[in-house]
Design a protein around this ligand. Structure first.
Ligand SMILES: [Fe+2]
Length: 207
């Protein structure tokens, strides 16, 4: 048998947020908080409308959720613990520095809404925790970061090994947190469920 190794791997982290939370986060309360913040945030609603953003995001309007709302402070504490675990898993040498939360924002995606393919520049680790995932709602789709270099390569076999696929879909459950390195391109395909898909996303930077 040949000796074949895997090089330059892409790690994807998935856990229950509350598994490392110093103070457990109640996801029903978190969902209610997201909806009430969205309803009150007129600047955010205007931004979404002007920029053709389906549903609501607090990304451009509210930069201090953890300071304003205790439940978001609890989310942030738990995220710090998960990000530290993931940084260790990917063997980052942070030297004298540390990873700190840079942004954290709410996403409310209505039926028919999508979030097109993107990555998170200026950050090291990005991720999402899932607050409301109605039956049949969108997975998150990740793309092989080497895709742009594949040129004349044939496609991979359908149903093949997950770690050899060009695209991987993951369907998280409420209460899950997923983390990846910020250069990993991802998208949220169309929400075909009638109900809103609610999530909270974030970026960590190295300082
Ligand atoms: Fe994203």
């Amino acid at each position: 048998m040949a000796d074949i190794s895997s090089l330059f791997v892409t790690r994807l982290y998935r856990a229950q947020l509350n598994a490392l939370a110093p103070q457990a986060v109640d996801y029903d309360e978190l969902a209610a908080s997201c909806l009430s913040i969205a309803e009150d945030d007129e600047a955010g609603q205007d931004w979404c409308e002007e920029n053709g953003y389906p549903g609501y995001t607090s990304y451009a309007s509210l930069t201090d959720l953890g300071w304003r709302f205790p439940i978001f402070a609890a989310v942030e504490k738990a995220l710090d613990a998960h990000v530290a675990a993931f940084a260790d898993e990917v063997e980052f040498d942070l030297g004298e520095g540390k990873l700190v939360l840079e942004d954290l924002w709410i996403n409310i995606l209505p039926e028919g809404g999508t979030h097109s393919s993107h990555l998170h520049p200026h950050s090291v680790i990005s991720g999402t925790t899932y607050v409301s995932m109605p039956t049949g709602t969108s997975a998150i789709k990740f793309e092989d970061p080497r895709f742009a270099m594949m040129m004349a390569a044939p496609p991979r076999r359908k149903g093949g090994r997950e770690d050899l696929r060009s695209f991987v879909y993951v369907t998280p459950e409420v209460g899950d947190v997923m983390l990846w390195e910020s250069w990993l391109r991802h998208e949220v395909p169309m929400n075909t469920a009638e109900d809103e898909r609610i999530s909270v996303s974030f970026n960590y930077k190295w300082v």
